[in-house]
Design a protein around this ligand. Sequence first.
Ligand code: SF4
Length: 169
Amino acid sequence: MCSRCCKAGFFVPLTLEDFEQWFSSGRYDLVVSAVELYGFEALKVGASSVYVVPKNRLGSCMYLSPDGRCTIHHQKPLVCRLFPLSYDLEEDVPTIHPWAKRNCPGLRSSSKFSDEEVEAARRVALALKHMDSTLPRIRAMREEAYRRLCSTAVEALAIRQRLSYTLCL
Ligand code: SF4
């Protein structure tokens, strides 16, 4: 993985499927860290708001390590797993991201995509198109993830306090 796309400053949109996968595997930190965007980015997918992966101050994805690895490789969003494949719902055909056509060195050697990947790209495109209908579920999931993270932190603090008290005796 050359990670150029992770540094290119794109907003990586998230779908309900990403949140469900993170939530069910206990990655509440990922659920909570998603950033909600309004305005142009949301309008591009036809929604009132959209959730994206957070970026660092240089514009790279926050989950990219300094040596160019994806630190959430096994939990990375669907869009990242499929990139540069996307899906044109109007034409009902799979497409390649225009940036990748110019910049993706891996594209030349792997321009074939499986039926499963094409189907997943279509699913993502549909999910983004109908983002508004999934926003209430995503928001509820984020609240619950936040609550669980907080209770874990409080529990950890209580254990630490008990331990230090025991050690002081
Ligand atoms: S989640 Fe991983 S693959 Fe996706 S943009 Fe970030 S570093 Fe790259």
